[in-house]
Design a protein around this ligand. Sequence first.
Ligand SMILES: Cc1cc2nc3c(=O)[nH]c(=O)nc-3n(C[C@H](O)[C@H](O)[C@H](O)COP(=O)(O)OP(=O)(O)OC[C@H]3O[C@@H](n4cnc5c(N)ncnc54)[C@H](O)[C@@H]3O)c2cc1C
Length: 514
Amino acid sequence: MAAGSVVVIGAGLGGLAAALDLSARGVAVTVCERAAEPGGKMREVEVAGLRVDSGPTVFTMRWVLERLFADAGLALDDHVRTRRLTVLARHHWRDGSTLDLFADRGASADAIGAFAGAAEAQGYRDFIARAGAICRTLEASFMTAERPSPLGLAWRVGLRGLPGLARVSPFATLWSELGRHFRDPRLRQLFGRYATYCGASPFAAPATLMLIAHVEQEGVWAVEGGMHRIARALAEAAARRGATFRYGSEVAAVLARSGRAAGVRLATGEEIEADAVIANADHAALRTGLFGAPAAAATAGPAPPRSLSAVTWSMAARASGFPLLRHGVFFSDDYAAEFETILGRRRLPDDPTVYVCAQDRGDPDDPEPRGTERLFCLVNAPADGDTRPPTASEIARCEERTFDRLRQAGLSVTPEQAVVTGPDRFEAMFPATGGALYGRALHGWSASFRRPGARTRLPGLFLAGGSVHPGAGVPMAMLSGRLAAAAAAAHLARRSVSTRGFVPAAISGGTSTA
Ligand SMILES: Cc1cc2nc3c(=O)[nH]c(=O)nc-3n(C[C@H](O)[C@H](O)[C@H](O)COP(=O)(O)OP(=O)(O)OC[C@H]3O[C@@H](n4cnc5c(N)ncnc54)[C@H](O)[C@@H]3O)c2cc1C
C-alpha cells in the first residue's frame, strides 16, 4: 500500500535519489523525464559505436551512493562495481613539468617534494590537514543537513565546533588562501582548479572549496561500465521499489490547487495528480516560468550569476605520445587571464586548461588500450548558451587551441569520430541555464548560503539537484535529492498520510550522521 504520491520532474541524480528514497518507503513515485533515459548531466554520448562518458567522470564521496542504496535495503556492490584509483590525476604544465597526485597522501607529499621542494611538500601536508578539518566541520552541519543561514551554521556546529568553523576561512578566496600554503604557482593552479568542480573561478570562490582536495584524497573511483551505470542502477533500484519511470515525458507545468502543489501537466496535456512534486530541473527553469506561474511565484527571486559552462569533445580516437592516465589536466600558462577571458570578457579561452578523461585507462600499472579508445576533453566556457552562444568559427578556433595544447605536451589525438557539445547544446538539454552546469556561481563568501533549499513557497513543491543546496556534483546532487525526499515525506506526514517509519530529517553520512 503506497503512502501518498509524489511526481518527480527529471531523472538526474537528485531526482533519482529522491525517487529511490521515497519509493523504498512505500510512497507512489512517478518520475517524468523528458529525455529517453535517466542521468541528466550524467550522460553518455555514442561515438563510432562506443558509449563515451560525457558528463561527470570524477566519482568521489562513494559513501553517499552506498548509504542511499543501504537505506533502501540494497547493497551497492550488487548493482555498481567500483575501483579506487591509486593515482587521482596526472597534471602537465607547458614548461614540460608533470605531477601526479596519489590517493595516498604520503605519496602525494613525496611527489610534491620531488616536484617543488620540501617546503611545498610541507605546505601540502598543512593544506590537506586543513581541508580535512573543513570537510569534517561541514559534512554533518551543511552537506547532509537542510540549508542553514550563516548564523544557523554556527548554531549547528555548536561551541565545540566553532574552532573548526573559524578554520573554514569563509571570507577569503580560494586563490588567496592557497597563497598561504604554496609559493609555487603551479601548485596554486592545481589546487585552485578545484573551484571549477563547482563551476566557479578560484579567484572569486570561497576558500571553503579547499575541502574538495580532501574529498579527492578520500577516494576517486572508477565505475565498471562507465559513470552512467550509476544513473541506470539508481533508476533500476527505484523501479524495483515500485517507482514508475516515464521517459520522453516533458513536464509543462506544476499544478497548484488550494494553495498546494497538486501534480503536473505534461507537454501532451495529460495531467498527473500527486500529493507532492519534486522538481529536479534547474532552479532557473522554475524561477523563469518554464513550469507555470505558481512554480515561478514559489521560487521567485533575483537572477543569480551563473556558474561555468563548457565545451566538450566526446571521441573515439587514437592517442599517443603522452602517458595518459584516466584523469589528466593540461594547464594554461596564465590562470588569471583564462578566467578573465571566460567570466570577464565572456569568450572562450585563448589558452585553455584542458581536462582529458581517458576512460579506458586507469592506474599506471593498468594495460594501455590498443588502437581506438574513448576520450573526453573539456574546457571551461561562459554560460551564455541562450544569449550569445559561441559561433561555429569560435568553437573551431577553441578546438584548434585545445588540441594544440595537447600536442605541445606531446599528446597526439587522432579522432575517428568526435561529438562537440557547447553551451547552446547544454542550454537545450537544461533549459534556462545558458548552459551553466553547476547552478549559481559560487562566488563570494555568502554564495553557498544563497542556493535555494529543498522547500519552496508553494507547499508540496520541493527542489532537488545541483542548483540547490548543498550544491553541484554527483554526491551533492544525490544529497539534495535525499533532502527533498525528506521534506516531501514530512509534507505527506503532515497531511496525515502515513509514511511507514520514514524519518524525514535524517540522512546518514559517511563519517557522521545528521
Ligand atoms: C560536462 C560535465 C562534467 C561534470 N563533471 C563532474 C565530475 O567529474 N564529478 C562530479 O561529481 N560532478 C560533475 N559534474 C556535475 C554533475 O554531473 C551534476 O552536478 C549532477 O549530475 C547534476 O544532477 P542534477 O540532480 O542537478 O540533475 P541534472 O543532471 O541537471 O538532470 C535534470 C534532469 O531533469 C530533466 N528535465 C529538465 N526539465 C524537464 C522537464 N520539463 N520535464 C521532464 N524532465 C525535465 C532533464 O532532462 C534532466 O534529465 C559535471 C557535469 C557536466 C555537465
